[in-house]
Design a protein around this ligand. Sequence first.
Ligand code: BTN
Length: 264
Amino acid sequence: MNLPVNFEQTLSLVGVSSFRYYETIGSTNQVALDWLQQGAPDQAIVFADHQSSGKGRLSRTWVTNPGSAVAVSVIFKPTPEEKKLSYLFSPLAGVALADLLRNIYNLAAEIKWPNDVLINEAKTAGILSEANWEGDRLNGIVLGIGINITPQSLPPLENLQYPATCIQNHVEIPIDRFQFLAQFLQSLFNWRKNLTQPIFFNSWEKLLAFRDKNVYIKGNDGSTICSGFVHGILPNGDLQIRTEGQEIKTFTVGDVHLRQKQVK
Ligand code: BTN
């Protein structure tokens, strides 16, 4: 699919420094990681209409069918201040997308800790952040975001790890994926300006899904580690769960999954 007329200019206006677009590619994150190593500038992006082997979290694959989704990887060269808070780049994408969906599309989007974006408790976007190190120096971060736009973006039911939805199913006017990408990038780069400020953390916490709802915390092997209520997040991004005995337990990103307990 060809890019819309003047799209290069649109990308530059929202703050993109350079871009690579592919009709079909394996994974935009992989292209961006290679580009980062070869010296890509801050706020360069890689996006594609179709990904044949997109990467998901925990070594899963992420399907991107042609003409149906936004698949983009954003390259960040963090400032010294941002480097101290580099774990915030994944939630940055979640906050930027949820904020866009709320303010422009009037949807009650939320963030399932740590950073899946939900509409009506179903996942509409996934985020995979990958860092590139030169020895012990952080060279840059690739922030990959896959956003389900049309129903064709949804994986087959048997492959679903979690209920999924797409934005078009909640919005009456047809969504133009390229315009949506530009709006998302604008929101992302605006929120980046607040990354090291309290407003960022407060907004992330306010958008947290399942607050005070009964949830399970599951290990990566699917076993239940704890059950309780979503209490909040700590400034380092850890999740706090309040058990039925009113004890606060803390969990770290990557170690566990959050699942809502179904009410019978
Ligand atoms: C998840 O498992 O929830 C994260 C999915 C991240 C998918 C996006 S699509 C664009 C970018 N390129 C990739 O290969 N993966 C990310």
